[in-house]
Design a binder for this molecule. Structure first.
Ligand code: AMP
Ligand code: MG
Length: 475
């Protein structure tokens, strides 16, 4: 217990000027109950190996305090669906504290923690349904190899939370390298606190890119890192069929990690104009718009940083976004198709395959996985057969053995992704206090590339009801 109370928080962000946040405690639930604890992640973070998760609950619920934590809600702003919103901030989140790990600094952030000065009209809470979705997806993304926030612990309550219907409140702790968003810089710029921007830039460099300290133009160098990691993250989303749903600038991490999961969705049938967010009527955040929205967001960040970065270089960096994106995208798709050497028209080959998938309404994940096992059997129509012949010619340039190729492809084409209907089934049970399916799904998603035939049911395309799920922003 003593060990837990003294947990090693160091909190460099909390030492920045008070303009960046509001130091505060949060609002506990009356009857918190443990729903899930991620033991592996806890160990990585340095929690005691023999920790009883129940002992952690009062610290997360806010009944007990970690001695060295410095809880706070962050101030930021952002562009939401393209419109400027001058004041956002952690309306229901608390940065509990930061710790140093082998992989660098990590933030522990509580979501659903109650009201803060940034709550605006909200109640500061998160419902069980959306907490489960975020909890599942952080882990699913991480195990796929996509940079993402992760999920440490989830607690539920019998506190009613009012959305379209009355639901129950929940809290989770998410773990991410940072919670600094593009919107932090926009907030400073637009609220006439521009002189504070270098302080936050220095903080990001000091905390995450110490090598840049020596550089003459370190702020523009940092901007380049942000742009390239954003482009490369979105390339991964595209390659794995992930739609984020709410790519507002306040949901964009400056370290290129996926976070703030709302109405996200993994593609079932390959439909590039898929809109996962039922509230996104114009399709601004449709699956195939994500790469250009990522660029739009980088422009918004450049505008916020304009007095601190070198303008000509900034233009070049923005112009490189497309190259960063396509370099990563083609590298992933080459692995998915089992190609190891680079040929100039690989992208065309990939695009032709995707176009065939679209016309034939193929399931994205199942088709790529099937390709790993027996590509020939996938193609029954003339266009598919012609593509396959072209692919065979392309394969003849390769040097590696079919066995090695098979292995590489199995590591690039997941069998298990977090399909909406799987999350929905886990939620429906959880809302009746049965968490078995949630726990099993978390287990399945830990090894998305393994064959694990005992989990075959989790690799299936959605049933009819699961194709029509409408996920809204309400959370
Ligand atoms: P999100 O769409 O979850 O990224 O949230 C956008 C903004 O609304 C952020 O500033 C959130 O903190 C705030 N927000 C979302 N839900 C609530 C809520 N229930 N209570 C207070 N603020 C909220
Ligand atoms: Mg957000």
């Amino acid at each position: 217990m003593h060990e837990l109370e003294n947990f090693k928080f160091i909190n460099p962000f909390a030492n920045l000027p008070e303009d960046f946040f509001h130091k505060q405690n949060w609002t506990p639930f009356d009857n918190p109950k443990l729903i899930h604890f991620n033991k592996e992640l806890a160990e990585l973070l340095g929690f005691p190996k023999d920790l009883n998760a129940e002992d952690l609950v009062p610290y997360i619920n806010g009944n007990k305090a970690f001695k060295h934590s410095a809880p706070l809600s962050m101030a930021y702003a952002g562009h939401q669906f393209g419109s400027w919103v001058p004041q956002l901030g952690d309306g229901r989140g608390i940065l509990l504290g930061q710790i140093q790990t082998k992989e660098g600094l990590m933030d522990l952030h509580i979501k659903g923690a109650g009201k803060t000065p940034y709550s605006r009209f909200g109640d500061g809470r998160a419902v069980l349904r959306s907490t489960i979705r975020e909890y599942l997806c952080g882990e699913a993304m991480h195990h796929l190899g996509i940079p993402s926030s992760r999920s440490l612990i989830m607690i539920g309550s019998d506190e009613p939370v009012f959305r379209e219907t009355t639901e129950f409140g929940a809290m989770m702790v998410r773990v991410a390298k940072t919670h600094i968003r593009f919107g932090h810089f926009e907030y400073l710029m637009h609220n006439k606190k521009s002189e504070l921007i270098p302080i936050l830039l220095d903080h990001v460099i000091e905390s995450y890119f110490p090598d840049l300290k020596e550089s003459e133009d370190c702020y523009t160098d940092l901007f380049e890192k942000i742009v390239s990691s954003t482009a490369s993250l979105i390339a991964k989303w595209q390659a794995f069929g992930f739609a984020h749903g709410v790519m507002n600038t306040d949901n964009m991490s400056v370290l290129g990690e996926t976070f703030d999961f709302g109405p996200f969705g993994f593609l079932d049938e390959y439909n590039p104009s898929f809109i996962c967010n039922h509230s996104d009527l114009g399709g601004r955040y449709a699956f195939n718009n994500q790469p250009s929205i990522g660029l739009w967001n980088c422009h918004a960040l450049a505008a916020a940083l304009k007095d601190h970065i070198e303008i000509e270089r900034t233009k070049d960096i923005i112009n490189s976004y497309e190259r960063f994106f396509y370099d990563e995208l083609t590298a992933i798709f080459r692995r998915k198709l089992g190609l190891t050497i680079e040929q100039s028209d690989d992208l065309k080959l990939i695009e032709a395959f995707l176009s065939w998938m679209q016309k034939n309404k193929k399931d994205y994940t199942i088709t790529f996985r099937g390709f790993t096992r027996d590509p020939n059997s996938l193609f029954e129509d003339a266009e598919g057969k012609a593509w396959y012949e072209q692919y065979q010619r392309r394969l003849s340039l390769e040097q590696i053995s079919p066995e090695k190729r098979g292995k590489m492809m199995a590591q690039a084409n997941p069998k298990f992704v977090l399909r909406n209907y799987l999350a929905q089934e886990a939620i429906q049970d959880a809302e009746k206090s049965d968490f078995t399916r949630l726990i099993k799904l978390l287990e399945v998603l830990k090894n998305p590339y393994a064959e694990n035939p005992e989990f075959d049911d989790f690799a299936k395309a959605p049933p009819e009801w699961g194709k029509k799920l409408e996920i809204s922003c309400s959370s």
